[in-house]
Design a binder for this molecule. Structure first.
Ligand code: ABU
Length: 500
């Protein structure tokens, strides 16, 4: 009975050992129950409630905080309720985001990380984790194709921050004076990204004082790939206008279409114009582990920097993102502030392993252990098998939709990554002629179906409009629990919910 005991009775309180064990075992039981439910296809993905309902409190689940402690019993109830109203992102029918699934080894890694509760800034306080980061960065460098190079990098809090690092270092390489003098010492610098590139590139430009007007969006072809001739044209135009191009951010796996920019041709253009080449492979980077599919990233080895998120295709629990920089030393030179209270040069060990001053943060979460443990558990081959399976599922899904006349693929070509984008046409729309009126109606279909899915808790899939295209669904595969039967179910469910 934990109703009369409190957090203050747990360790480090004297005699708190047995109570701590009992409390934590009960937490583990709650988590195990949740995990079991997560993989049970018959359980709901979520028990949807509106924000105001959660704010007001649900059936005893009160999120308000009080001045006085609550019992451990109450905390266990709160843990149960928190999971009850959360989304089961490991459920086989959760297709909503690029990062999904729940890997048991990754979860164990996250638990251990939380127990170790340390910070990544110095070897002194994270000896094992900083060495693991060095080893994993080296492995990722080799996979990218930088075998002969002494490259660099760091794990960051997500793909947007990794992209920010890429652009930050690109600018520093060209204009090291920016670190001391700021943007006023620079000409009007510009960078280029495809119109399907991630919005974080613009965010980085805003944050870095470059300005989003100086991010030039390069046109894409019908598959969502940057058109190299357009890039060339945009670079020349910018130069004619007196702007100074310094970086191209190419995309290897775009968020919506899963498109790969032609990296070899982009690398040629960057070489010709002496521009930094960044590759945002946050989503598509995992494909490098597949001998069958890695050719889609050919040219990535010529990049100056690469973003790669193991928390996406590789299924590592959130968050786990790396920025890889080809030239060693730049990252540190760009970000180093030499805080004397952390990075003393006269420590007893080799302070090259105090990697924290390369980061834009001070405190840095340990994101490395879960990846290391998963890699150890699966081997590189295990990731390859998993990723090839996602590609097979994407192809299966694509082929089924192609045959169905009430579905229409947004891109009528085999998926290059695991994204498959499509519209569903309910019977009443099928006979409407193409045009504005039909598009207006079609635009409402995906949100309407998704709303019903959320209310029923049967599946989760995302949708979006894109440029001239009205709302369409985006299916992605990155969940190891998903089977062909779940794909079949999703199609049936869309037809069932979308019927007039
Ligand atoms: N680019 C962040 C991931 C977006 C998504 O999961 O759809």
């Amino acid at each position: 009975n934990l109703s009369n005991v409190y957090a203050s009775d747990l360790l480090p309180s004297e005699d708190g050992k047995n109570l701590t064990k009992s409390f934590l075992l009960q937490v583990v039981n709650i988590l195990l129950h949740y995990i079991k439910k997560s993989f049970d296809v018959k359980s709901k993905i979520l028990d949807f409630h509106h924000p105001h309902q959660l704010l007001e409190g649900l059936e005893g689940f009160n999120l308000e905080l009080s001045d006085h402690p609550k019992s451990l019993e109450q905390l266990l109830v709160d843990c149960t309720d928190t999971l009850k109203y959360s989304v089961k992102t490991g459920h086989p029918r959760y297709f909503n985001q690029l990062s999904s699934g729940l890997d048991m080894i990754g979860l164990a890694g996250e638990w251990l990380t939380a127990a170790a509760n340390t910070n990544m800034f110095t070897y002194e306080i994270a000896p094992v984790f900083t060495i693991m980061e060095t080893i994993l960065l080296k492995k990722m460098h080799e996979i990218v194709g930088w075998r002969e190079i002494e490259a660099d990098g760091i794990f960051s809090p997500g793909g947007s921050i990794s992209n920010l690092y890429g652009i930050l270092v690109a600018r520093y390489k060209q204009y090291p004076e920016v670190k001391t003098k700021g943007m006023t010492a620079l000409p009007c610098v510009t960078l280029f990204v495809s119109e399907q590139g991630h919005y974080s590139v613009k965010k980085a430009a805003a944050l870095l004082g470059i300005g989003i007007d100086n991010v030039i969006e390069v046109k894409c072809d019908e598959r969502g790939k940057m058109i190299p001739d357009e890039l060339e044209k945009n670079i020349s135009q910018a130069k004619r206008k007196g702007q100074t191009p310094f970086c191209v951010s190419a995309t290897a796996g775009s968020t919506v279409f899963g498109a790969f920019d032609p990296l070899q041709e982009i690398a040629d253009i960057c070489k010709k114009h002496k521009l930094w080449m960044h590759v945002d492979a946050a989503w598509g980077g995992g494909l490098l582990l597949s001998r069958k599919h890695s050719y889609k990233l050919s040219g990535i080895e010529r990049a100056n920097s690469v973003t790669w998120n193991p928390h996406k295709l590789m299924g590592v629990p959130l968050q786990c993102s790396a920025i890889l920089i080809q030239e060693k030393g730049l990252l540190e030179a760009c970000n180093q502030m030499q805080a004397g209270y952390l990075f003393q040069p006269d420590k007893l060990y080799n302070v090259d392993f105090d990697t924290g001053d390369k980061a834009i943060q001070c405190g840095r979460h340990v994101d490395i252990f879960k990846l290391w443990l998963m890699w150890k558990a699966k081997g590189t081959c295990g990731f390859e098998v998993q990723i090839n399976r996602y590609m097979e599922l994407a192809n299966y899904f694509y082929k089924i939709l192609k045959k169905k006349d009430n579905f229409k693929l947004v891109l009528d070509s085999e998926p290059e990554l695991t994204n498959v984008c499509f519209w569903y046409f309910p019977p009443r729309l099928k006979h409407l002629p193409k045009g504005c009126e039909r598009d207006q109606e079609l635009h409402k279909i995906a949100p309407k179906i998704k709303a019903q899915m959320l209310e029923k808790g049967t599946a989760m899939i995302s949708y979006q409009p894109c440029r001239d295209k009205v709302n369409f669904f985006r299916m992605v595969f990155s969940n190891p629990a998903t089977r062909q039967t779940d794909v079949d179910y999703l199609i049936d469910e869309i037809e069932r919910l979308g019927k007039d």
